[in-house]
Design a protein around this ligand. Structure first.
Ligand code: NOJ
Ligand code: CA
Length: 698
């Protein structure tokens, strides 16, 4: 009798200590378990196949007992959510948020300390986060480590970049997990700060594919008041563990209960389109906190920008800080891009071709000394160079109906930027600037901080909020990569935070497959300011000795306006280059940037991507198809078009002999009539693409 009761009790505890929850479709199954030592863990299966093997969860605290063992389950809470919300700007009008949630409330046997782990299971993946409830024995605390494991089942194909705490501006490596090794890649290929200590540390989002054709993506959502999570790999065991970016003194996060960690996410599907189209990351973020969002508007813009990257102009007015005359005035180089006259030329061009904005870089004093000196007070964000007349330019822009976009390069001196931010925003207000582009090139001040640490995450989020206070939008470059914060603060309209098109101008560039990977990685967290639209592809046009080039055909540059989602899109090339190809330029003039609907038609990370999108404000559709270095033909059914309409389809495609390396500019434009019953055959060159616009004609 006694024996039987003990067995029943043990069975009951085992039952309580193992909990399961599934996705609405039942394809994904998540098991939570508490070991006999009270260590929490989980496993994940997709269509009954294991995806994540038993993986421990837990938080290490600096000064007190850690929250990683000796737990018992206090309570299990479950709920289901199925709702729809509308983003201010987005890929679609309505976003469905459908998941099953399980909250496991734990308490520690000795200390009675509490920790909750919340799981949400969506149809395309799982998310979990730690919640630290308000409790007497845990108030203000320091996280020294997070031990969230992701134990994979095999040697998957992986698209990875090194775990540099300061930069994501790397080309992706496509290797097996066992071949990840930061010591074997070229870290000099870019402006990354090489804050890489570990051979096997990679960044998330990490996109993988199993031998059986299952796509797995590990990322995070809602990184707020917490550092970015990188991933440590044990290469031959295929085990990943969270690696939180430290601050200057080695701590990871300072928190006060009640509070939560970001969500750790694992997406999984046998169809790559489910991952690349997923809105899970946005869904895990808080709803919009800006009441009046009327100032948040999509923008297509041109700018005094590429001419500096190709070496035709300079950001600085004088060659160096020493280039001063006897009176102490800076001596101009004669190549300064941001002059009043040149800016007016761009304003005229924007007005003529219907662009919303003009960005001007190099307008303010400081560029003589901005790079590499780790100096605190480089820019004040309000003092223009003598040849840049703020008032005249802004009056002129207004008269032409064009908005100016401000530029705030901080050169990593965040302390200085925060000190000047309100003055900088007031200057923007005075002249009616709706938006700024910010930049964080170089090492961070406060010294010792990394771009991806908690202090900097808080800075980027603070800047978005402060811009919202002033009813302005911000687009950050070299920030930590977004994790869906643009749902909460949609005025954080875009970010670069990956290796952008600019690298093609002055480094060995971005290989053709680069743009087929970014939508599976960087873009899951929010819009990217990739700056497409380069028509003069070879840099030898500017200087015969140059061998750099954009790794693309001309038609692919058009397709990127569709495949790289952003409500802020630049036409990045020089006005004179667009004027050479007015027929091709027409697509950039026509293409929308804010959408009712998006259809992910074909997708394979590292190989190809085809997307069709419907303009938010008209019946027009646009299609973009891109490929990697291999040419590709495909047939696309146009069944996304409205059934009873005829459309004029303008197809911008690679010429018959086009090739990204040998013949990048060759293109062909044709116009045909189509309906929703039509099919079109696309032929993409090596490194090529196709763009199509569909306009109803009845
Ligand atoms: C790097 C940015 O990505 C680029 O767009 C900008 O022109 C330079 N920094 C200078 O701020
Ligand atoms: Ca950059």
């Amino acid at each position: 009798m006694k024996y039987k009761l003990t067995t029943i009790l043990l069975l009951f505890i085992a039952f309580l200590n193992a909990q399961n929850t599934q996705s609405p479709s039942k394809n994904i199954s998540l098991d939570f378990k508490l070991s006999s030592d009270g260590i929490p863990s989980y496993t994940l299966a997709y269509k009954n196949k294991p995806i994540i093997l038993q993986s421990d969860l837990g938080i290490k605290l600096k000064e007190t007992n850690s929250l990683d063992a000796n737990f018992r389950i206090e309570n299990i809470d479950r709920k289901s959510v199925n709702e729809t919300w509308q983003p201010v700007l987005g890929e679609q009008l309505n976003i469905k948020n459908n998941y099953n949630e399980m909250t496991v409330s734990l308490s520690q046997l000795s200390s009675n300390r509490k920790l909750n782990i919340i799981f949400r299971v969506f149809d395309e993946g799982v998310a979990f986060r730690y919640e630290f409830p308000k409790q007497p024995s845990l108030n203000y605390f320091i996280i020294s480590d997070e031990k969230s494991q992701f134990n994979l089942t095999g040697n998957h194909k992986t698209f990875w970049i090194p775990g540099d705490y300061d930069s994501q501006e790397y080309v992706y490596n496509e290797t097996k997990l066992s071949e990840v090794d930061n010591s074997k890649i070229d870290l000099n290929n870019g402006i990354g700060l090489k804050s890489i200590k570990d051979k096997y540390r990679v960044q998330s989002p990490l996109q993988m594919k199993t031998n059986e054709g299952i796509y797995i993506n590990i990322f995070e959502a809602t990184v707020v008041n917490y550092p970015v999570m990188h991933l440590d790999l044990v290469p031959n065991e295929y085990k990943l563990t969270s690696n939180l970016v430290p601050n200057a003194i080695g701590d990871k996060a300072y928190l006060q209960a009640p509070c939560v960690s970001p969500w750790r996410t694992i997406m999984v599907s046998d169809d790559a389109r489910d991952i690349v189209s997923s809105k899970m990351i946005l869904n895990l973020n808080e709803p919009c906190k800006i009441e009046d969002t009327s100032f948040i508007k999509p923008m297509k813009y041109v700018g005094i920008w590429w001419e500096m990257h190709v070496g035709k102009a300079t950001w600085d007015y004088a060659g160096s800080q020493n280039a001063q005359n006897a009176a102490g005035n800076l001596i101009p180089t004669g190549k300064h891009g941001a002059t009043t006259a040149n800016t007016k030329r761009y304003i005229d061009f924007a007005a003529k071709h219907g662009f919303d904005g003009v960005l001007v870089e190099g307008w303010n004093v400081g560029w003589e000394d901005w790079f590499g000196n780790w100096k605190e007070n480089v820019f004040d964000f309000v003092t223009p160079y003598p040849d840049y007349n703020l008032k005249e330019i802004n009056d002129y822009a207004k008269s032409k109906g064009v908005k100016m976009i401000m530029h705030h390069e901080t050169s990593g001196s965040v302390a200085n930027y925060e000190r000047h931010l309100d003055r900088a925003l007031n200057l923007m207000k005075e002249y009616g600037y709706p938006a700024a582009k910010s930049g964080y090139v170089g090492r961070i001040i406060p010294r010792g901080e990394f771009h991806d640490g908690q202090t900097m995450v808080n800075h980027f989020n603070f800047v978005a909020k402060r811009f919202a206070d002033y009813k302005m939008m911000v687009n950050s470059h070299e920030s930590s990569r977004p994790t869906g914060f643009s749902r909460t603060y949609p005025n954080y309209i875009a970010a670069e935070a990956a290796r952008g098109n600019e690298f093609n101008a002055w480094s060995n560039g971005n290989p053709p497959m680069h743009e087929t990977i970014l939508p599976f990685t960087r873009l899951l967290g929010g819009p990217m300011d990739y700056t497409p639209g380069i028509f003069e592809i070879k840099m030898s046009v500017y200087d015969k000795s140059k061998t750099e080039q954009v790794h693309t055909t001309l038609a692919k540059q058009l397709a990127l306006y569709i495949t790289m989602y952003s409500p802020l899109q630049m036409a990045a090339d020089l006005p004179e280059n667009y004027e050479k190809y007015p027929d091709v330029f027409q697509f950039i003039k026509d293409v929308a940037v804010d959408w009712q609907e998006s259809k992910y038609l074909e997708a394979e990370p590292g190989d190809y991507l085809t997307i069709a999108r419907k303009d938010k404000h008209s019946e027009n559709w646009f299609l973009g198809a891109i490929t990697d270095e291999n040419k590709r033909t495909t047939e696309i059914k146009l069944d996304f078009l409205s059934p009873n309409k005829k459309y004029k389809a303008t197809i911008y495609q690679d010429g018959k002999t086009a090739d990204w390396k040998n013949n990048p500019i060759s293109y062909d434009i044709k116009t045909i009539q189509v309906t929703s019953k039509s099919k079109i055959k696309l032929s993409l060159a090596n490194g090529g693409g196709t763009a199509v616009s569909f306009e109803p004609i009845n």
